[in-house]
Design a protein around this ligand. Structure first.
Ligand SMILES: NC(=O)C1=CN([C@@H]2O[C@H](COP(=O)(O)OP(=O)(O)OC[C@H]3O[C@@H](n4cnc5c(N)ncnc54)[C@H](O)[C@@H]3O)[C@@H](O)[C@H]2O)C=CC1
Ligand SMILES: O=C(O)C(=O)COP(=O)(O)O
Length: 469
């Protein structure tokens, strides 16, 4: 065995930008046989030698929730088979559709629970064309060797700008004035309408969105306080406060920018509303679970809270249209909409042309690089592993992608299997219970490939294997 090079972390972050390299792919879930996993058609790509029988044309991608056209064109350029839907699919239909796809692209509505994912026989990768990944059972995906990617900040600016609009709209009761005039009532008032200059904005969660909002808010003359579970450098003259209560006591506007987690569920409920200043405003463009909406309704009804803007809800519909917002599931709706100064938007925080097109490019690029090269840099659940692009023009070279349980002795076992060939380069990294090994081997005959696969498939620690060539 020669040329073994287990790279360290630093020198693996080079990301080959050439997306046109189109390797064939063999993939299996742990229950599939090698032959089951073989795509059937001969390759037509100029990047694949005729002895290489697989084609990117065999890759099937299911795109839901109106994923941006930039993504569709990247996938089509690769020759993948793309099935596209504007809305989320009902559970039964999703279970049917997910059975034979290799990749799926979703946004915030599609729940990829274990119940759904257990039907995904060929799934290699999930693309969340959004920031949040709470809709995916990440534990199940990881344990089954399915990589998950998202777009960590392509829509942050759009959300921050929406919140700025809401701060002013609430302070000036814009929603109510507009509705009144739409229905023929002229109501010119200044009572309890305020400038935002000099007021205090309390940001819960000072991540990508919260910190971007902080900068915009300060530019309008707001003072910014923020609360976060980790210590984060303040931008501008914003100040981190040590407790949520302190933020609530001191803020005129309170806005939530935390992920949906067990800890953030009902983070703002009756005691937190009680702790706020009289006449404060509440904004939530994070996730519907973060605010206890019935408690918010009660706080608005008694005048403690002077107005609220919600973009997200515990039960959101999977498609657009009249009557799809299920009032039975959202029992608070009728009471809430009759209150003054309540702005309700249909989860549009990240819905701008700019955000959607850049998310489309970013996530589609990540998926393509993972499918074609095994590059997992940026994955939310996988160790980040990459090697420089495989030279598909070089005869008899195979890239081995081996996802396995993170237990001792795996490298030795795998390298024993690969040792009859020349290991050109190799990289391995782990993340909790799983690890990912990538190796380029040369001097591999077509007849060796099945043998390598069979041997790797018999290793105890294997979760899933792909051979690219
Ligand atoms: N309305 C919309 O269309 C959109 C909504 N979102 C939601 O906004 C959320 C935040 O997005 P980013 O700012 O990009 O996330 P991020 O991960 O950059 O920041 C989240 C911040 O919340 C903090 N945090 C987590 N748990 C906390 C807790 N219990 N208490 C206090 N702080 C806590 C984290 O330390 C982190 O600093 C996303 O998870 C997503 O659910 C994101 C994009 C669009
Ligand atoms: O990016 C996020 O997490 C969002 O909430 C945006 O979701 P969407 O893509 O609009 O379904």
């Amino acid at each position: 065995m020669s040329g073994v090079n287990i790279n360290n972390l630093q020198n693996t972050f080079q990301r080959a930008m050439n997306l046109s390299g189109s390797p064939g792919a063999v993939s299996t879930s742990p229950t599939q046989s090698f032959m089951d996993a073989l795509p059937r058609r001969m390759s037509t790509s100029k990047h694949i030698k005729t002895l290489k029988p697989f084609s990117t044309g065999d890759m099937k991608i299911l795109l839901l929730e109106n994923v941006n056209e930039t993504a569709i064109s990247i996938f089509k350029e690769q020759g993948y088979q793309v099935e596209f839907y504007k809305a989320a699919l009902p559970e039964e239909e999703l279970i049917e559709k997910i059975k034979d796809v290799h990749a799926i692209g979703i946004r915030s509505k599609t729940k990829l629970s274990a119940k759904i994912l257990e039907h995904a026989n060929n799934l290699v990768v999930i693309g969340c064309f959004c920031i949040g990944t709470n809709q995916v059972d990440l534990t199940y995906a990881t344990q089954h060797g399915i990589a998950v990617f998202n777009s960590p900040f392509s829509n942050s600016r759009s959300v921050a700008e929406l919140v700025i609009a809401e701060i002013i709209s609430l302070a000036r009761q814009l929603g109510d004035r507009s509705i009144e005039l739409h229905t023929g009532t002229w109501n010119k008032v200044s009572h309890k309408c305020w400038e935002v200059r000099g007021k205090t904005l309390g940001i819960i969660g000072y991540g990508h969105i919260g910190s971007q909002l902080s900068v915009l808010a300060e530019a309008m003359g707001l003072h910014v306080l923020y609360y976060d579970t980790v210590t984060i450098m303040a931008l501008g003259t914003a100040k981190q406060v040590p407790t949520l209560d302190e933020l609530l006591n001191k803020s005129d506007f309170v806005t939530c920018h935390v992920p949906a987690t067990p800890e953030t569920k009902n983070m703002l409920s009756a005691p937190q509303f009680a702790a706020m200043k009289d006449g404060a405003y509440v904004i939530n463009a994070s996730r519907g679970t973060v605010i206890d909406i019935p408690a918010l309704v009660a706080a608005c009804k008694c005048g403690k809270i002077a107005g609220a803007a919600l973009d997200v809800y515990p039960n959101e519909p999977g498609k657009n249209g009249e009557g799809v917002f299920n009032n039975e599931l959202n029992s608070w709706t009728s009471e809430f909409v009759s209150l003054p100064n309540i702005i309700l938007t249909p989860h549009i925080g990240g819905s701008t042309e700019e955000a959607q097109s850049s998310i489309g490019v970013e996530v589609a690029t990540s998926l393509t690089k993972y499918i074609n090269e095994g590059n997992s840099v940026g994955s939310v659940n996988f160790p980040e592993v990459s090697l420089r692009s495989l030279d598909y023009d070089q005869e008899n070279t195979v890239r081995v992608l081996y996802i396995h349980h993170n237990v001792p002795g795996v490298l030795k076992t795998v390298n024993n299997i690969l040792s009859n060939h020349n290991i050109e380069k190799q990289f391995s990294d782990s993340n909790g219970d799983i690890a990912y090994l990538m190796a380029d081997i040369s001097s591999v005959d077509q007849s060796d490939i099945k043998d390598i696969y069979t041997q790797l498939n018999q290793t105890e620690s294997k979760i899933s294997i792909r051979l690219l060539y």
